[in-house]
Ligand binder design. Sequence first.
Ligand SMILES: *[C@@H]1O[C@H](CO)[C@@H](O)[C@H](O)[C@H]1NC(C)=O
Ligand SMILES: *[C@@H]1O[C@H](CO)[C@@H](O)[C@H](O)[C@H]1NC(C)=O
Ligand SMILES: *[C@@H]1O[C@H](CO)[C@@H](O)[C@H](O)[C@H]1NC(C)=O
Ligand SMILES: *[C@@H]1O[C@H](CO)[C@@H](O)[C@H](O)[C@H]1NC(C)=O
Ligand SMILES: *[C@@H]1O[C@H](CO)[C@@H](O)[C@H](O)[C@H]1NC(C)=O
Length: 948
Amino acid sequence: MVGVNAATLAGNETDKLALLAIKAMIIQDPLNITSSWNESLHFCHWQGVSCSTRHERVTQLNLSSQKLSGYISTSIGNLSFLRTFDLSNNSFQGEIPNEIIHLFRLETLVLANNSLRGQIPSNISNCRNLRIFKVSRNKFTGKIPFGLSYLSKLVQLDLDSNNLEGNIPHSLGNISSLEVLRLGSNYLEGHVPPSLGQLKNLVTLIISLNNLSGEIPESMYNLSCLRVTSFSCNGFEGRLPLNIGLTLPNTEVFLVAANNFSGSIPISFSNASNLWRLELSRNKFSGGVPPIFKNLKKLTWLRIDINDLGTGKANDLSFIDSLTNCSILRVLYLDECNFGGELPTSMVNLSLQLQIFSVESNKLSGCIPHDIGNLINLNALNLHRNQLVGTIPTTIGKLYKLQEAGFGSNELSGQIPSTFGNLTLLRRLWLEENNFQGSIPSSLGNCQNLELLHLYGNFLNGTIPREVIGLKYLSLSLNLSRNNLSGSLPSEVGKMKFLVELDLSQNQLSGNIPNSLGDCINLVCLYIDHNSFEGEIPKSLSLLKVIEVMDLSHNNLFGHIPKDFANLTFLGKLNLSFNDLDGEVPVTGVFSNISAISIAGNEKLCGGIPEINSNANLKATNGFSNANLIGVGSFGSVYKGNLESNQASVAVKVFNLERRGASKSFMAECETLRNTRHRNLVRIVTACSSVDYQGNDFMALVYEFMPNGSLENWLHPQSGSEGRGKLTLLQKLNIVIDVASALDYLHNQIDMPIIHCDLKPSNILLDQDMAALIGDFGLSKIIVEDDDIEASNNSTSTIGIKGTIGYAAPEYGMGSEVSSRGDMYSFGILLLEIFTGKRPTDDSFIDGMNLNLFVKMALPERVMEIVDHDILLEVEEEKEASSSNHHNEPGQTRREKLIECLISILTIGVKCSEELPSNRIQIHEACKQLLKFKGTMLSLELLSCNQN
Ligand SMILES: *[C@@H]1O[C@H](CO)[C@@H](O)[C@H](O)[C@H]1NC(C)=O
Ligand SMILES: *[C@@H]1O[C@H](CO)[C@@H](O)[C@H](O)[C@H]1NC(C)=O
Ligand SMILES: *[C@@H]1O[C@H](CO)[C@@H](O)[C@H](O)[C@H]1NC(C)=O
Ligand SMILES: *[C@@H]1O[C@H](CO)[C@@H](O)[C@H](O)[C@H]1NC(C)=O
Ligand SMILES: *[C@@H]1O[C@H](CO)[C@@H](O)[C@H](O)[C@H]1NC(C)=O
């Protein structure tokens, strides 16, 4: 039959039918390309079709970039004279029809940038005249077909950006005609076959963004025609050959970013005079940056960021001199390379074309060169996280194309130059965590394109300029917190309709909260806490429909809580504490979730937290009325109650099961307390886990009641709460020793060591005799062996919380596993807090200062300046006593001994709370020393008795 058909149809008829069949499989043709494919026109004149003049057979079908979608018809195989077939940049789906292999005259097959799937036909090698084969940016799967290697005329092979897997076939090295090989952005793995080193004509080699590994075969570096090479984003290792600039003299683009390459940057790159783009970022290159750029006149793009290149000492950036010859340099990234020394003044002579200059996160010191304003084409200037000092040169105002300016976390000082106001294209400005003083320049109000402004953690004073707070495109974040800003919040704040985060906390702002704040309808986070705002909370704040976090705490707000706050569906954190609010606390919405709201320190508030009705098991606490509420923790509430049987007081902790992790917390706590017995650990009377009358799961733990409450109440008595007395120096030491010995027990004396994970004053409870007991094991972890591996069935491992800010070890914030050293950090901080009276979250700890440093810097000479007031009085009394004491012993006075003791105790606290986990001492060592000082202290006490 086939033979009959072929015989009866002239060849040109076949082509016409095939084209019509192809048209029939095109589903969408918005540009009406194929409407011309009709009888009124000879098919050789249909759009996209070209024929041979003699035989009138189709030789080219080019439908590139015509917004077509549909499938490729199998009839493509009937266009037997086809030499070029190009469907690129459309939305064709389905597979490549296998019939394509009949096109033995085909030279160019371009199907790039469609949505084709399936495998690349393995017998594509039948199209033995193929010279260009491009199927990049589709969804092809499977392996690179072996058959490709038979295409002995292939010049360009582009399989980039598909879902291909497996190895790069060794046989590709046989296609000696190959000039372009692009295999990037697939899932290829294994090594690069050394056979690719036979592709002597190769000009472009792109294998980036795969899972390839191992070393690049030596032979690849001898492909002297190579102009474009990209090995980026794989797992390659090894060194670059020192003579690379000689063996690849024609290199124009050389990209090896994001691998594990090591060794030094070859000096021979200086020979590759056509090099315009070099990327060595994110590797382990070391040994400095050689000054090799002088002859690279075409260099446009240089990235060497995130390597180990610098020494952290002077002159690390001296290579910049050799870059000043590169007169068309546009992009320069030097971040995270441990570069030290100063920014060389020659940087202002870098190319006038420079658009990006980035040296973030190095150790650069000294000043920003005065003439930085010379670099008039800069779009992005990023000097974040260095140790730069001095002022920002006013010439910054000449960089009128600047869109991003990063100066955050340096030691810059002086005023913020008002010339920033000239930078009208500026989108993001980071000046946070420096020592800037004076006021916020109102000229910043000219930067109408600003979407982010970070000025937090400086010493800025004066008022917030209305021009700045009213920048209507501020959309990402306006953060002015931790300054000394005063005055009222201008009503222009309401102009920032796109703003997502507003942080004005920890200033001295006063006056009413403007109603217009409710116009910032995109706000997700609002922090205006720790100011002196007064008046009522504007009802308009309930218009902030997408708000998630609102902190109005520590102000002087009075009046009622707006009822409509209960309707803010996304509000998950509302802090109203320490104001002077009165009236009823709503009960629905955010207010129904005890862990989402904080209202402490508002003596006149009432109602609120719904009474939880209870079944018989719960009798102990009057059905948990608020009158018996003695504390609210992260996973639940603690109530005081009496057991009917023996009238003993107990504390009942009811877990808030709506809170994620609460039931795991319950299990962790049960498990921990079941396995432990130590006089300084709270004792559990019973645990209840059942279903309450509403059918909800109910979990509670019943502890022995601690009549003296928590250490928190003694260290930081709140106005209005029951007055606690003072703790004497000896009592403080006893408490520390109690905690230490409990911790020693948990870490070292039981079979399966336990990490508490949340040591802090509110979790230390004091019994009748002022002995300290550790409570709240809700976050604790049981550790197998000493090597800190979590027990496999550990019930708490998915709780995403590792303690409390200020007390949690810094490494936890970086994702470290919990360890006994983490508890040591919390213990150290706890000790320092007990003796200095300062919380680790004290407002004065800004700019890298923290409780550990605060104490460390004062020791030993200034110890009396940092101890808390009660200790000071106690020691000063001693002074009076001894000065009126006529039996002064020779040598040290009792006061001096006491001070020496204090120094030693605080030193232990410092050693426990070191930043680096490995620098922290262990609990048994701390315990031992503390007991020694207690001995000394007791002997002094004895002495004092004798003297009196
Ligand atoms: C095919 O070619 C023949 C002879 O060259 C011609 O008569 C006929 O019209 C052509 N048909 C088409 C559809 O072009
Ligand atoms: C393509 O060729 C095959 C076999 O030669 C034939 O059966 C088929 O009908 C042709 N298709 C068109 C659309 O001409
Ligand atoms: C057939 O093609 C001609 C030429 O492109 C065009 O003008 C005409 O509108 C087409 N006819 C139909 C029915 O689409
Ligand atoms: C920048 O702004 C100031 C006023 O703030 C103006 O005097 C100056 O001419 C402007 N231009 C430059 C390049 O600094
Ligand atoms: C701001 O602080 C500077 C010193 O840093 C001081 O000279 C100036 O008077 C202060 N201004 C206001 C408004 O407090």
